[in-house]
Design a protein around this ligand. Structure first.
Ligand code: SF4
Length: 301
């Protein structure tokens, strides 16, 4: 551990702070976290946290979710300008318009969305829980937002439901094209290609395995030694696998598969957040109850 990492751990212990890090954070941030997980695991751990302070090393919607699930805690976002372009693609008014057009449909909202959009939804989901939740909903018609790619993946897995897709996307995963998969296969002919369902359907169709961040990690880590993998998601997952699965060879599907917002948190930001209590995330009281209900329903399902 470096000196600043030791300072962060000491201050977290002194102040009673739980440090949560997403898998897409840089490895030096992951190394000082109490928990490293995907958005579902981070939401679950935030909800259970007994510590007075939760520090969320990730992007804003994750910190908002932590605050909604455990509202009595102070939730700090060390990189306050870390947003999610996909979450910004859908507004609460879009949900109103869709409901009017499709009365009777359930509104299922990916957690990569603002609290105001969650408040207009019936249930939230993560990439690891989306298929299960779509199956569990009583309605046949489901308005899925904002990610058209995750929605298309769910629709394929749950053919008994009618998914109506919003046209949002993650710019990082959506940038991958079938030609990138074919090039990776040509470069690494013995590799299995594993991708995240935020990738386009024509990319997903070419993969050997599709799963959420946690599922991709588990798939590679639990495979027999000596395996070769091309990984189609954010580079943080590949960096982590090089540590947790050193008996495998892991390649990033495409150069530049990086979420700039996830890389905004620096150790100095984390230390400053613990020292000063900035920036504490608050959720507008007018939307908090509705967003809490949609998130709690996700956790329950
Ligand atoms: S990887 Fe995509 S969905 Fe995740 S935070 Fe970055 S922009 Fe948003």
């Amino acid at each position: 551990m470096t000196e600043i990492q030791r300072q962060i751990r000491a201050l977290a212990a002194q102040k009673g702070a739980l440090i949560l890090s997403h898998f897409y954070q840089t490895m030096d941030i992951q190394a000082v976290a109490d928990v490293v997980g995907d958005s579902f695991e981070l939401a679950r751990r935030a909800r259970q946290a007994a510590q007075p302070i939760i520090v969320l090393c990730g992007v804003r919607f994750m910190a908002e979710s932590a605050k909604l699930l455990n509202p009595d805690k102070t939730v700090l976002l060390p990189a306050p300008d870390a947003g999610c372009p996909m979450a910004d693609m859908v507004a609460p008014e879009d949900v109103d318009a869709l409901r009017e057009k499709h009365p009777g449909a359930a509104v299922m909202c990916y957690v990569n969305s603002s609290a105001a959009v969650k408040a207009k939804s019936d249930v939230c989901c993560t990439s690891s829980s989306a298929v299960r939740i779509a199956r569990a909903l009583p309605q046949r018609d489901i308005l899925f937002l904002p990610d058209q790619n995750l929605g298309a993946y769910v629709a394929a897995q749950v053919p008994e439901k009618n998914l109506i897709l919003f046209d949002g996307y993650c710019p990082i995963h959506h940038a991958v094209r079938p030609a990138d998969v074919l090039a990776a296969r040509a470069a690494h002919p013995d590799a299995r290609v594993v991708v995240h369902p935020e990738c386009r359907p024509d990319v997903v169709a070419l993969a050997d395995f599709v799963g959420s961040t946690a599922e991709l990690l588990a798939h590679v880590e639990n495979s027999p030694p000596g395996g070769i993998f091309v990984v189609g998601t954010e580079t943080g997952v590949v960096e982590r696998l090089r540590q947790t699965a050193p008996d495998k060879t892991v390649y990033l599907l495409k150069a530049g598969f990086v979420c700039p917002n996830m890389k905004k948190t620096r150790l100095s930001d984390l230390l400053r957040a613990l020292e000063t209590g900035a920036e504490a995330v608050e959720v507008d009281a007018t939307v908090a109850a509705g967003a809490q209900r949609a998130l709690e329903r996700m956790v329950a399902l």
